[in-house]
Design a protein. Structure first.
Length: 500
Protein backbone atom coordinates (compact mmCIF):
# COMPACT_ATOMS: atom_id res chain seq x y z
CA UNK A 1 0.00 0.00 0.00
CA UNK A 2 1.57 3.30 -1.10
CA UNK A 3 1.74 6.34 1.16
CA UNK A 4 -0.07 9.48 0.04
CA UNK A 5 1.90 12.69 -0.47
CA UNK A 6 -0.11 15.93 -0.46
CA UNK A 7 0.84 18.58 -3.02
CA UNK A 8 0.65 22.16 -1.75
CA UNK A 9 1.04 24.55 -4.67
CA UNK A 10 2.27 28.08 -3.95
CA UNK A 11 2.63 29.31 -7.55
CA UNK A 12 0.02 32.01 -6.86
CA UNK A 13 1.70 33.19 -3.66
CA UNK A 14 5.45 32.52 -3.48
CA UNK A 15 5.76 32.23 -7.27
CA UNK A 16 3.67 35.30 -8.04
CA UNK A 17 5.67 37.62 -5.80
CA UNK A 18 8.69 37.41 -8.13
CA UNK A 19 9.32 40.78 -9.86
CA UNK A 20 7.58 40.85 -13.23
CA UNK A 21 5.41 37.79 -12.52
CA UNK A 22 2.40 39.56 -11.02
CA UNK A 23 -0.97 38.33 -12.28
CA UNK A 24 -4.36 40.02 -12.20
CA UNK A 25 -7.32 38.28 -10.57
CA UNK A 26 -8.67 36.86 -13.84
CA UNK A 27 -5.28 35.33 -14.66
CA UNK A 28 -4.96 33.89 -11.14
CA UNK A 29 -8.35 32.21 -11.53
CA UNK A 30 -7.19 30.69 -14.83
CA UNK A 31 -4.14 29.20 -13.14
CA UNK A 32 -6.13 28.04 -10.11
CA UNK A 33 -8.59 26.15 -12.32
CA UNK A 34 -5.71 24.43 -14.11
CA UNK A 35 -4.13 23.54 -10.76
CA UNK A 36 -7.42 21.91 -9.79
CA UNK A 37 -7.40 19.87 -13.01
CA UNK A 38 -3.76 19.00 -12.37
CA UNK A 39 -4.80 17.47 -9.06
CA UNK A 40 -3.04 19.60 -6.44
CA UNK A 41 -4.41 19.17 -2.92
CA UNK A 42 -3.84 22.70 -1.60
CA UNK A 43 -3.69 26.02 -3.47
CA UNK A 44 -1.98 28.84 -1.57
CA UNK A 45 -3.96 31.65 -3.16
CA UNK A 46 -2.23 34.67 -1.66
CA UNK A 47 -1.25 36.82 1.32
CA UNK A 48 -4.53 38.74 1.91
CA UNK A 49 -3.21 41.45 4.26
CA UNK A 50 -0.49 42.44 1.78
CA UNK A 51 -2.77 44.21 -0.73
CA UNK A 52 -6.42 44.64 -1.79
CA UNK A 53 -5.52 42.71 -4.96
CA UNK A 54 -4.28 39.70 -3.02
CA UNK A 55 -7.32 39.83 -0.73
CA UNK A 56 -9.70 39.89 -3.70
CA UNK A 57 -7.80 37.12 -5.50
CA UNK A 58 -8.19 34.77 -2.51
CA UNK A 59 -11.94 35.49 -2.47
CA UNK A 60 -12.39 34.87 -6.20
CA UNK A 61 -10.19 31.76 -6.31
CA UNK A 62 -12.22 30.39 -3.38
CA UNK A 63 -15.35 30.78 -5.50
CA UNK A 64 -13.78 29.38 -8.67
CA UNK A 65 -12.43 26.01 -7.50
CA UNK A 66 -14.20 23.18 -5.70
CA UNK A 67 -12.19 20.38 -4.19
CA UNK A 68 -8.67 21.71 -3.39
CA UNK A 69 -8.11 23.34 -0.03
CA UNK A 70 -7.64 27.11 -0.40
CA UNK A 71 -4.87 28.46 1.82
CA UNK A 72 -4.11 32.06 2.82
CA UNK A 73 -0.76 33.15 4.25
CA UNK A 74 -0.38 35.34 7.34
CA UNK A 75 2.24 36.46 9.80
CA UNK A 76 1.79 35.59 13.48
CA UNK A 77 -0.28 38.77 13.83
CA UNK A 78 -3.97 38.86 14.75
CA UNK A 79 -4.97 41.43 12.10
CA UNK A 80 -3.32 39.26 9.42
CA UNK A 81 -5.30 36.24 10.59
CA UNK A 82 -8.55 38.25 10.73
CA UNK A 83 -7.97 39.38 7.15
CA UNK A 84 -7.17 35.84 5.95
CA UNK A 85 -10.28 34.43 7.55
CA UNK A 86 -12.40 37.10 5.85
CA UNK A 87 -10.80 36.36 2.45
CA UNK A 88 -11.47 32.63 2.86
CA UNK A 89 -15.17 33.00 3.64
CA UNK A 90 -16.27 31.44 0.30
CA UNK A 91 -13.75 28.56 0.29
CA UNK A 92 -15.26 25.07 0.41
CA UNK A 93 -12.13 23.82 2.21
CA UNK A 94 -10.10 26.53 3.94
CA UNK A 95 -6.71 26.73 5.64
CA UNK A 96 -4.87 29.56 7.38
CA UNK A 97 -1.07 29.38 7.04
CA UNK A 98 0.49 31.35 9.88
CA UNK A 99 3.95 31.37 11.39
CA UNK A 100 7.08 33.13 12.54
CA UNK A 101 10.87 32.94 12.13
CA UNK A 102 12.55 30.47 14.50
CA UNK A 103 16.26 30.69 13.66
CA UNK A 104 18.51 32.64 16.00
CA UNK A 105 19.22 35.02 13.11
CA UNK A 106 15.53 35.83 12.67
CA UNK A 107 14.85 35.99 16.40
CA UNK A 108 17.74 38.38 17.07
CA UNK A 109 17.82 40.61 14.00
CA UNK A 110 14.30 40.47 12.57
CA UNK A 111 12.23 40.35 15.76
CA UNK A 112 14.71 41.69 18.36
CA UNK A 113 13.32 39.02 20.64
CA UNK A 114 14.22 35.76 22.38
CA UNK A 115 13.34 32.09 21.97
CA UNK A 116 10.72 31.95 24.72
CA UNK A 117 8.83 34.96 23.42
CA UNK A 118 8.84 33.58 19.86
CA UNK A 119 7.52 30.26 21.15
CA UNK A 120 4.66 32.08 22.90
CA UNK A 121 3.84 34.10 19.77
CA UNK A 122 3.79 30.93 17.66
CA UNK A 123 1.34 29.20 20.00
CA UNK A 124 -0.84 32.31 20.26
CA UNK A 125 -1.06 32.65 16.46
CA UNK A 126 -2.14 29.02 16.00
CA UNK A 127 -4.76 29.29 18.76
CA UNK A 128 -6.10 32.52 17.27
CA UNK A 129 -6.32 31.04 13.73
CA UNK A 130 -8.02 27.97 15.17
CA UNK A 131 -10.96 30.19 16.18
CA UNK A 132 -11.68 30.69 12.48
CA UNK A 133 -10.74 27.40 10.78
CA UNK A 134 -10.12 23.81 11.77
CA UNK A 135 -7.22 23.41 9.32
CA UNK A 136 -4.28 25.53 10.53
CA UNK A 137 -0.79 25.26 9.10
CA UNK A 138 2.17 26.69 11.02
CA UNK A 139 5.44 27.65 9.32
CA UNK A 140 8.73 27.90 11.24
CA UNK A 141 10.45 30.38 8.94
CA UNK A 142 14.16 29.65 8.39
CA UNK A 143 13.75 26.22 10.00
CA UNK A 144 16.66 25.09 7.84
CA UNK A 145 19.01 27.15 10.03
CA UNK A 146 17.11 26.60 13.28
CA UNK A 147 18.63 24.50 16.05
CA UNK A 148 16.86 21.10 15.95
CA UNK A 149 16.17 20.92 19.69
CA UNK A 150 14.50 24.34 19.77
CA UNK A 151 12.66 23.61 16.51
CA UNK A 152 11.25 20.42 18.05
CA UNK A 153 9.99 22.45 21.04
CA UNK A 154 8.20 24.88 18.70
CA UNK A 155 6.70 22.10 16.58
CA UNK A 156 5.45 20.21 19.64
CA UNK A 157 3.92 23.37 21.11
CA UNK A 158 2.05 24.41 17.94
CA UNK A 159 0.69 20.89 17.44
CA UNK A 160 -0.66 20.96 21.01
CA UNK A 161 -2.18 24.37 20.18
CA UNK A 162 -4.08 22.83 17.25
CA UNK A 163 -1.85 23.00 14.15
CA UNK A 164 -2.84 20.31 11.65
CA UNK A 165 0.16 20.86 9.37
CA UNK A 166 3.65 22.06 10.34
CA UNK A 167 5.84 23.52 7.61
CA UNK A 168 9.63 23.17 7.96
CA UNK A 169 10.99 25.66 5.39
CA UNK A 170 14.57 25.79 4.17
CA UNK A 171 13.88 29.47 3.57
CA UNK A 172 17.36 30.38 2.34
CA UNK A 173 18.08 27.18 0.40
CA UNK A 174 21.12 26.60 2.61
CA UNK A 175 20.65 23.01 3.81
CA UNK A 176 22.40 20.02 2.30
CA UNK A 177 19.98 17.17 1.48
CA UNK A 178 21.45 15.00 4.25
CA UNK A 179 21.04 17.86 6.76
CA UNK A 180 17.47 18.60 5.77
CA UNK A 181 16.49 14.91 5.80
CA UNK A 182 18.09 14.52 9.24
CA UNK A 183 16.12 17.54 10.49
CA UNK A 184 12.80 15.99 9.44
CA UNK A 185 13.85 12.64 10.94
CA UNK A 186 14.79 14.34 14.23
CA UNK A 187 11.33 15.93 14.45
CA UNK A 188 9.59 12.65 13.65
CA UNK A 189 11.52 10.95 16.47
CA UNK A 190 11.56 13.68 19.15
CA UNK A 191 8.22 15.53 18.96
CA UNK A 192 5.44 14.17 21.16
CA UNK A 193 2.18 14.09 19.22
CA UNK A 194 3.88 14.36 15.82
CA UNK A 195 1.38 11.80 14.48
CA UNK A 196 -1.42 14.37 15.00
CA UNK A 197 -0.04 16.68 12.29
CA UNK A 198 1.36 16.47 8.78
CA UNK A 199 4.95 17.60 8.36
CA UNK A 200 5.49 19.75 5.26
CA UNK A 201 8.56 20.77 3.27
CA UNK A 202 9.13 24.17 1.66
CA UNK A 203 12.58 24.32 0.04
CA UNK A 204 14.22 27.13 -1.90
CA UNK A 205 16.72 26.63 -4.67
CA UNK A 206 19.50 29.12 -3.84
CA UNK A 207 22.15 26.39 -4.06
CA UNK A 208 20.27 24.23 -6.58
CA UNK A 209 19.17 21.67 -3.98
CA UNK A 210 15.45 22.40 -3.55
CA UNK A 211 14.21 19.20 -5.18
CA UNK A 212 16.86 17.02 -3.52
CA UNK A 213 16.06 18.53 -0.10
CA UNK A 214 12.33 18.06 -0.62
CA UNK A 215 12.80 14.42 -1.60
CA UNK A 216 14.97 13.81 1.48
CA UNK A 217 12.25 15.38 3.61
CA UNK A 218 9.66 13.04 2.11
CA UNK A 219 11.87 9.99 2.58
CA UNK A 220 12.24 10.90 6.25
CA UNK A 221 8.56 11.37 7.00
CA UNK A 222 7.20 14.60 5.49
CA UNK A 223 3.86 13.98 3.77
CA UNK A 224 3.19 17.41 2.27
CA UNK A 225 5.46 19.25 -0.17
CA UNK A 226 5.19 22.95 -1.01
CA UNK A 227 6.03 23.49 -4.66
CA UNK A 228 5.50 25.78 -7.66
CA UNK A 229 4.94 25.20 -11.37
CA UNK A 230 8.27 25.54 -13.24
CA UNK A 231 10.00 26.02 -9.87
CA UNK A 232 9.33 29.79 -9.86
CA UNK A 233 9.59 31.75 -6.63
CA UNK A 234 11.69 34.09 -4.51
CA UNK A 235 15.30 34.51 -5.66
CA UNK A 236 16.35 31.23 -7.33
CA UNK A 237 12.88 29.77 -6.90
CA UNK A 238 11.17 26.87 -5.13
CA UNK A 239 10.98 23.14 -5.54
CA UNK A 240 9.40 22.42 -8.93
CA UNK A 241 6.07 20.61 -8.75
CA UNK A 242 6.74 18.70 -11.95
CA UNK A 243 10.07 17.37 -10.70
CA UNK A 244 8.70 15.88 -7.48
CA UNK A 245 5.65 14.45 -9.26
CA UNK A 246 7.76 12.72 -11.92
CA UNK A 247 10.44 11.48 -9.49
CA UNK A 248 7.77 9.63 -7.53
CA UNK A 249 6.09 8.40 -10.72
CA UNK A 250 9.37 7.04 -12.11
CA UNK A 251 10.60 5.58 -8.81
CA UNK A 252 7.65 3.37 -7.90
CA UNK A 253 9.87 1.56 -5.40
CA UNK A 254 9.71 4.57 -3.07
CA UNK A 255 6.08 3.64 -2.48
CA UNK A 256 4.69 7.17 -2.31
CA UNK A 257 1.95 8.43 -4.62
CA UNK A 258 0.48 11.85 -5.41
CA UNK A 259 -2.87 12.87 -6.87
CA UNK A 260 -1.18 14.69 -9.76
CA UNK A 261 -2.44 14.01 -13.29
CA UNK A 262 1.01 14.26 -14.85
CA UNK A 263 -0.41 14.58 -18.37
CA UNK A 264 -1.52 18.09 -17.38
CA UNK A 265 2.03 19.18 -16.51
CA UNK A 266 3.12 20.53 -19.91
CA UNK A 267 -0.03 22.63 -20.53
CA UNK A 268 0.07 24.32 -17.10
CA UNK A 269 3.83 24.88 -17.43
CA UNK A 270 3.22 26.77 -20.68
CA UNK A 271 0.30 28.71 -19.21
CA UNK A 272 2.29 29.88 -16.19
CA UNK A 273 5.30 30.75 -18.35
CA UNK A 274 3.14 32.78 -20.75
CA UNK A 275 0.98 34.59 -18.16
CA UNK A 276 3.96 35.45 -15.97
CA UNK A 277 6.29 36.36 -18.85
CA UNK A 278 8.78 33.94 -17.29
CA UNK A 279 10.62 31.85 -19.92
CA UNK A 280 11.36 28.23 -19.04
CA UNK A 281 15.06 27.50 -19.56
CA UNK A 282 15.53 25.02 -22.43
CA UNK A 283 17.30 22.42 -20.27
CA UNK A 284 14.79 22.61 -17.40
CA UNK A 285 13.96 19.12 -16.14
CA UNK A 286 10.59 17.73 -17.31
CA UNK A 287 9.23 20.90 -19.02
CA UNK A 288 12.22 22.47 -20.81
CA UNK A 289 12.02 22.35 -24.60
CA UNK A 290 15.15 20.16 -24.70
CA UNK A 291 13.91 17.75 -22.02
CA UNK A 292 13.04 15.17 -24.70
CA UNK A 293 15.45 16.34 -27.43
CA UNK A 294 18.39 14.24 -28.60
CA UNK A 295 21.17 15.88 -30.62
CA UNK A 296 24.08 13.48 -30.06
CA UNK A 297 24.44 10.93 -32.85
CA UNK A 298 25.01 8.17 -30.30
CA UNK A 299 21.86 9.17 -28.42
CA UNK A 300 19.81 9.45 -31.61
CA UNK A 301 20.92 5.99 -32.70
CA UNK A 302 19.97 4.53 -29.32
CA UNK A 303 16.58 6.23 -29.20
CA UNK A 304 15.72 5.10 -32.73
CA UNK A 305 16.53 1.50 -31.78
CA UNK A 306 14.67 1.67 -28.46
CA UNK A 307 13.42 4.87 -26.87
CA UNK A 308 14.16 3.55 -23.37
CA UNK A 309 17.91 3.65 -24.02
CA UNK A 310 17.92 7.38 -23.28
CA UNK A 311 14.40 8.31 -22.15
CA UNK A 312 13.18 7.39 -18.67
CA UNK A 313 9.94 9.34 -19.15
CA UNK A 314 7.36 8.87 -21.89
CA UNK A 315 6.72 12.44 -23.19
CA UNK A 316 2.99 11.67 -23.18
CA UNK A 317 3.16 11.15 -19.41
CA UNK A 318 3.84 14.85 -18.91
CA UNK A 319 1.45 16.09 -21.58
CA UNK A 320 3.60 16.29 -24.69
CA UNK A 321 1.66 15.02 -27.70
CA UNK A 322 3.62 13.19 -30.38
CA UNK A 323 0.92 13.64 -33.02
CA UNK A 324 2.84 16.06 -35.23
CA UNK A 325 0.40 17.94 -37.45
CA UNK A 326 2.61 20.46 -39.22
CA UNK A 327 1.06 23.92 -39.38
CA UNK A 328 1.73 26.01 -42.49
CA UNK A 329 0.04 28.90 -44.32
CA UNK A 330 -2.26 26.29 -45.91
CA UNK A 331 -3.55 25.01 -42.56
CA UNK A 332 -7.13 25.86 -41.67
CA UNK A 333 -8.78 27.10 -38.49
CA UNK A 334 -9.60 23.54 -37.41
CA UNK A 335 -5.94 22.52 -37.46
CA UNK A 336 -4.95 25.61 -35.49
CA UNK A 337 -7.73 25.02 -32.96
CA UNK A 338 -6.68 21.36 -32.59
CA UNK A 339 -3.02 22.17 -31.96
CA UNK A 340 -4.05 24.77 -29.39
CA UNK A 341 -6.27 22.19 -27.69
CA UNK A 342 -3.43 19.65 -27.62
CA UNK A 343 -1.31 22.29 -25.90
CA UNK A 344 -3.94 23.05 -23.28
CA UNK A 345 -5.52 26.16 -24.84
CA UNK A 346 -9.23 25.93 -25.72
CA UNK A 347 -10.80 28.78 -27.69
CA UNK A 348 -14.57 28.58 -28.09
CA UNK A 349 -15.11 32.22 -29.10
CA UNK A 350 -15.17 32.23 -32.93
CA UNK A 351 -14.28 35.93 -33.16
CA UNK A 352 -11.23 35.39 -30.97
CA UNK A 353 -10.24 32.32 -33.02
CA UNK A 354 -10.66 34.36 -36.23
CA UNK A 355 -8.32 37.10 -34.98
CA UNK A 356 -5.80 34.54 -33.83
CA UNK A 357 -6.00 32.74 -37.17
CA UNK A 358 -5.22 35.95 -39.05
CA UNK A 359 -2.12 36.46 -36.89
CA UNK A 360 -1.23 32.82 -37.49
CA UNK A 361 -1.44 33.32 -41.28
CA UNK A 362 0.80 36.40 -41.08
CA UNK A 363 3.35 34.36 -39.16
CA UNK A 364 2.99 31.32 -41.42
CA UNK A 365 3.76 33.50 -44.45
CA UNK A 366 7.11 34.35 -42.85
CA UNK A 367 8.00 30.80 -41.72
CA UNK A 368 8.09 27.45 -43.50
CA UNK A 369 6.20 25.85 -40.63
CA UNK A 370 4.72 27.12 -37.40
CA UNK A 371 5.58 25.30 -34.18
CA UNK A 372 3.47 24.69 -31.09
CA UNK A 373 5.64 27.20 -29.23
CA UNK A 374 4.84 29.82 -31.91
CA UNK A 375 1.07 29.43 -31.64
CA UNK A 376 1.23 29.47 -27.84
CA UNK A 377 2.99 32.83 -28.03
CA UNK A 378 0.27 34.07 -30.39
CA UNK A 379 -2.45 32.80 -28.05
CA UNK A 380 -0.84 34.19 -24.92
CA UNK A 381 0.44 37.55 -26.13
CA UNK A 382 -1.33 40.74 -25.05
CA UNK A 383 -3.91 41.95 -27.55
CA UNK A 384 -2.29 45.10 -28.95
CA UNK A 385 -5.58 46.46 -30.22
CA UNK A 386 -6.58 47.20 -26.62
CA UNK A 387 -3.51 49.36 -26.02
CA UNK A 388 -3.44 53.15 -26.16
CA UNK A 389 0.00 53.10 -27.83
CA UNK A 390 0.34 50.87 -30.91
CA UNK A 391 3.13 50.27 -33.38
CA UNK A 392 2.02 51.32 -36.87
CA UNK A 393 5.24 50.60 -38.73
CA UNK A 394 8.95 50.16 -38.21
CA UNK A 395 11.71 50.40 -40.79
CA UNK A 396 15.37 49.85 -39.92
CA UNK A 397 18.54 50.17 -41.98
CA UNK A 398 21.57 48.42 -40.53
CA UNK A 399 24.67 46.49 -41.45
CA UNK A 400 28.43 46.35 -41.08
CA UNK A 401 30.17 49.63 -41.85
CA UNK A 402 26.97 51.71 -41.83
CA UNK A 403 25.17 53.52 -39.03
CA UNK A 404 21.89 51.96 -37.98
CA UNK A 405 18.89 54.18 -38.69
CA UNK A 406 15.27 53.53 -37.69
CA UNK A 407 11.97 55.15 -38.72
CA UNK A 408 8.93 54.45 -36.59
CA UNK A 409 5.23 55.21 -36.70
CA UNK A 410 2.99 55.10 -33.63
CA UNK A 411 -0.75 55.30 -33.16
CA UNK A 412 -1.47 56.92 -29.79
CA UNK A 413 -5.19 56.91 -29.02
CA UNK A 414 -5.99 57.42 -32.70
CA UNK A 415 -3.35 60.09 -33.42
CA UNK A 416 -0.45 59.29 -35.76
CA UNK A 417 3.17 60.13 -34.92
CA UNK A 418 6.39 59.51 -36.85
CA UNK A 419 10.07 59.85 -35.93
CA UNK A 420 13.52 58.71 -37.01
CA UNK A 421 16.82 58.23 -35.22
CA UNK A 422 20.24 56.68 -35.59
CA UNK A 423 21.78 54.47 -32.93
CA UNK A 424 24.38 51.94 -31.90
CA UNK A 425 22.64 49.03 -33.61
CA UNK A 426 19.09 48.55 -34.90
CA UNK A 427 17.40 48.04 -31.52
CA UNK A 428 19.07 51.14 -30.06
CA UNK A 429 18.08 53.21 -33.11
CA UNK A 430 14.46 51.99 -32.96
CA UNK A 431 14.08 52.69 -29.24
CA UNK A 432 15.66 56.14 -29.60
CA UNK A 433 13.15 56.95 -32.35
CA UNK A 434 10.35 55.69 -30.11
CA UNK A 435 11.53 57.86 -27.20
CA UNK A 436 11.48 60.95 -29.44
CA UNK A 437 7.72 60.45 -29.68
CA UNK A 438 7.13 59.36 -26.08
CA UNK A 439 8.95 62.21 -24.39
CA UNK A 440 9.33 60.75 -20.92
CA UNK A 441 12.42 60.01 -18.84
CA UNK A 442 12.54 56.22 -19.23
CA UNK A 443 15.50 53.94 -18.48
CA UNK A 444 15.92 50.46 -19.91
CA UNK A 445 16.97 48.26 -16.95
CA UNK A 446 16.87 44.76 -18.44
CA UNK A 447 16.62 43.36 -21.96
CA UNK A 448 16.28 39.59 -22.52
CA UNK A 449 15.90 37.82 -25.87
CA UNK A 450 14.82 34.20 -26.19
CA UNK A 451 14.21 32.11 -29.29
CA UNK A 452 11.24 29.92 -28.45
CA UNK A 453 12.25 27.01 -30.67
CA UNK A 454 15.11 26.93 -33.14
CA UNK A 455 15.99 28.11 -36.62
CA UNK A 456 16.77 31.46 -38.21
CA UNK A 457 13.09 32.11 -39.00
CA UNK A 458 11.95 31.44 -35.44
CA UNK A 459 9.74 33.70 -33.34
CA UNK A 460 11.80 35.58 -30.78
CA UNK A 461 10.46 36.58 -27.36
CA UNK A 462 11.74 39.77 -25.77
CA UNK A 463 11.30 40.63 -22.09
CA UNK A 464 12.11 44.15 -20.89
CA UNK A 465 12.23 46.10 -17.65
CA UNK A 466 11.82 49.86 -18.01
CA UNK A 467 12.11 52.31 -15.12
CA UNK A 468 9.83 55.35 -15.14
CA UNK A 469 9.03 57.73 -12.31
CA UNK A 470 10.73 55.49 -9.74
CA UNK A 471 8.77 52.36 -10.74
CA UNK A 472 9.79 49.29 -12.75
CA UNK A 473 7.49 48.14 -15.57
CA UNK A 474 7.73 44.81 -17.38
CA UNK A 475 7.04 44.39 -21.08
CA UNK A 476 6.81 41.50 -23.52
CA UNK A 477 7.04 41.25 -27.31
CA UNK A 478 7.12 38.36 -29.77
CA UNK A 479 7.90 38.50 -33.48
CA UNK A 480 10.01 36.79 -36.14
CA UNK A 481 11.85 40.12 -36.39
CA UNK A 482 13.73 40.64 -33.13
CA UNK A 483 13.92 44.45 -33.57
CA UNK A 484 10.12 44.61 -33.91
CA UNK A 485 9.74 42.32 -30.89
CA UNK A 486 12.03 44.64 -28.91
CA UNK A 487 10.02 47.74 -29.80
CA UNK A 488 6.75 45.95 -29.00
CA UNK A 489 8.14 44.96 -25.58
CA UNK A 490 9.12 48.60 -24.90
CA UNK A 491 5.66 49.78 -25.99
CA UNK A 492 4.13 47.15 -23.69
CA UNK A 493 5.99 48.80 -20.78
CA UNK A 494 4.78 52.25 -21.86
CA UNK A 495 1.16 51.10 -22.02
CA UNK A 496 1.42 49.77 -18.49
CA UNK A 497 2.66 53.00 -16.97
CA UNK A 498 0.20 55.06 -19.04
CA UNK A 499 -2.63 53.00 -17.55
CA UNK A 500 -1.35 53.20 -13.95
Amino acid sequence: MSDRLFIFDTTLRDGEQVPGCQLNTVEKIQVAKELELLGVDVIEAGFPISSPGDFNSVIEISKAVTWPTICALTRAVEKDIDCAADALKYAKHKRIHTGIGTSDSHIKYKFHSNREEILERAVAAVKYAKKYVEDVEFYAEDAGRTDNEYLARVVEAVIKAGATVVNIPDTTGYCLPSEYGAKIKYLMEHVDGIEKATISTHCHNDLGMATANTLEGVLNGARQVEVTVNGIGERAGNTALEEIAMILKCHKGIGIDTNINTRKIAPISRMVSSLMNMPVQPNKAIVGRNAFAHSSGIHQDGVLKNVQTYEIIDPKDVGYDDNHIVLTARSGRAALKYRLHVNGVDIDDEDKLDKLYQKFLQLADKKKEVTDADILVLAGADQAEAHAVKLDYLQVTTGKGVKSVASIGLDISGQKFEESSSGNGPVDAAIKALKRIIRKQMTLKEFTIQAIDKGSDDVGKVHMQVEYDGHIYYGFGANTDIVTASVEAYIDCINKFRIK
